[in-house]
Design a protein around this ligand. Structure first.
Ligand code: 2AM
Ligand code: CA
Length: 266
C-alpha cells in the first residue's frame, strides 16, 4: 500500500525548504539565460531548486519517476507508476523582473491521476495544498467548495496574447468573451492563476499553451474544490504533453465552452 500521507508530508517539507533557498537567493546576483526564445528565461535558481527536489525524491522514493521543467528528471513517454511533476519556479519572468508573483508547483500523480498538489507562493509564505479526497487548504485553512457563476459576473484570468491575432486560437472567439466578462486579469504564473481560481479570487483561467508541470498541482487543488479542468476543446488533460487550459467554477466552465468556444468545434 502506498503511504500517501508520508508522500504528502515529505512534499510539504521539501517545498518549505526550497522556499527558504529561494528567499535567500534574493540577496545574490542571478545568472539568467534564455531557452526557446529571448523571453523564455531560466536562472541558476530554477535549476538548483529542481535539482534539490530531485535529489530528495531519489533518496526516499527511488522507484518514483520525475518530470521537471528544467530537464533534470526523467524523460517519460507514459505516466505509469508514481510521477512527480515539478516546476521549481513557475513565473520565472516575474521572479527575475519583480521578485514576486511566482510559485513552486509540485504535483504527484499515480497512473496519470492527480493525488497531491502543492503550490507555494514563496514571497507571501502561502502554501496551497491538496490530497485527493481530503479537501484543499491555504496553509492550515480549508478552502471553500467553488460555487456556480456566470460569465457576466466573472473575472477571467488570461494573457492578452490570446485576444490578439495569434496562431493558437481565433481571437474572434475570445473578444466576445472578454467583452462579456466583468473583468480580466493576467498574473504571469499559471500555478498562481490556478490557485486564484481555487480561492475564488478569479472565476476562470484560460491559456493556450502550458506544460504538465505548470498545471499538475493546480489541477488537483481545483478539482478537490469542485472546479473543472480541461483543455479549450473540453477534453481531459493528459499531463504528458503541452496543451491549452480552461479551468473554471462549475457552470461557468460549461458556459464558456458552449456559448463562446462552440463546444470545442473551432
Ligand atoms: P514558467 O514561468 O515556469 O515558464 C506565463 O503566462 C505562464 O506560462 C507561466 O506559468 C509560464 O511558466 C508558462 N509558460 C511560459 N512560456 C511557456 C512555454 N513556452 N510553454 C509552456 N508554458 C509556458
Ligand atoms: Ca518554470
Amino acid at each position: 500500500m502506498m503511504n500517501w500521507d508520508q508522500i504528502y508530508a515529505h512534499a510539504k517539507e521539501w517545498v518549505n525548504e526550497a522556499g527558504v533557498k529561494i528567499r535567500l537567493s534574493f540577496n545574490e546576483t542571478l545568472n539568467i539565460e534564455t531557452k526557446t526564445n529571448a523571453n523564455d528565461l531560466v536562472t541558476n535558481i530554477d535549476k538548483e531548486i529542481e535539482q534539490f527536489f530531485i535529489s530528495k525524491i531519489r533518496e526516499v522514493y527511488s522507484d518514483h519517476k520525475i518530470m521537471g521543467e528544467e530537464g533534470f528528471g526523467d524523460s517519460l513517454d507514459n505516466l505509469e507508476g508514481i510521477v512527480w511533476m515539478i516546476d521549481p519556479i513557475d513565473g520565472t519572468m516575474n521572479f527575475v523582473h519583480q521578485q514576486r508573483n511566482f510559485a513552486i508547483s509540485l504535483g504527484v500523480y499515480e497512473n496519470g491521476v492527480g493525488k497531491i498538489g502543492l503550490i507555494y507562493d514563496v514571497v507571501h509564505d502561502e502554501l496551497y495544498h491538496a490530497k485527493r479526497g481530503n479537501g484543499a487548504y491555504l496553509n492550515e485553512k480549508p478552502l471553500d467548495v467553488l460555487k456556480e457563476t456566470t460569465v457576466k459576473e466573472s473575472i477571467i484570468a488570461l494573457n492578452a496574447t490570446w485576444v490578439m491575432e495569434n496562431h493558437r486560437i481565433d481571437h474572434n472567439l475570445m473578444i466576445p468573451l472578454v467583452k462579456a466578462a466583468r473583468g480580466t486579469r493576467s498574473y504571469g504564473s499559471a500555478a498562481l492563476e490556478m490557485v486564484f481560481v481555487a480561492t475564488g479570487r478569479v472565476d476562470a483561467y484560460i491559456s493556450m499553451r502550458l506544460s504538465p508541470w505548470d498545471i499538475a498541482a493546480g489541477a488537483v487543488i481545483i478539482e478537490e474544490l469542485g472546479g473543472i479542468v480541461t483543455n479549450l476543446w473540453g477534453d481531459k488533460l493528459n499531463f504528458l504533453s503541452q496543451d491549452s487550459l480552461l479551468t473554471a467554477k462549475p457552470g461557468l466552465h460549461q458556459s464558456i465552452l458552449k456559448d463562446y468556444l462552440k463546444e470545442g468545434k473551432w
